[in-house]
Write a protein that binds this ligand. Structure first.
Ligand SMILES: [Zn+2]
Ligand SMILES: [Zn+2]
Length: 156
């Protein structure tokens, strides 16, 4: 089984017409329960991350970006419908998330390494049909945010 120390990973959508490589570290997994993640994925989302400088699209034939909010867009395969990526569209320093990273749905990795879960975010938007029982920290919005002026939170 590969480990995160291998620092070289590949991934694809379900039909293979979007493929990518990551030559570097994969981030801890963040679980997002926001309404947009629910609607886009059909459940809640698990996302690892990579530095943009380590990320290469090796086939983007059917990759489509959906601008899901003012700040972010979601990459999916327009042929098979696989959810793949999440990316900020501009610098939003108040969100404490770097614009030089891309969120990657880890199920799309060909040989996912052992990754650690980090936290659950947007638990205030959780649906009623499931519970969280893994003991990881849970936040109502992004960690440190108290309210939600838009789906990604604006610091008070
Ligand atoms: Zn596909
Ligand atoms: Zn979300």
């Amino acid at each position: 089984m590969p480990t995160n120390r291998d620092k070289k990973f590949s991934g694809s959508c379900a039909c293979g017409s979007v493929t990518y490589q990551v030559n570097g570290d994969l981030g801890d997994v963040i679980f997002c329960h926001c309404k947009q993640c629910q609607k886009a994925s059909g459940h809640y989302v698990a996302s690892t991350s990579a530095k943009i400088s380590d990320f290469i699209l090796t086939n983007q034939e059917s990759l489509t970006w959906y601008q899901s909010s003012e700040q972010a867009k979601r990459g999916f395969c327009s042929r098979c419908g696989a959810n793949l990526f999440w990316k900020l569209t501009s610098d939003t320093p108040q969100m404490n998330i770097s614009n030089n990273e891309i969120g990657i749905w880890p199920g799309s990795l060909d040989n996912p390494p052992k990754l650690n879960g980090k936290e659950h975010i947007y638990c205030s938007s959780m649906a009623e049909y499931y519970d969280i029982q893994d003991g990881l920290p849970q936040y109502d919005f992004f960690p440190g945010y108290q309210s939600e002026e838009d789906i990604y939170g604006v610091e008070k």
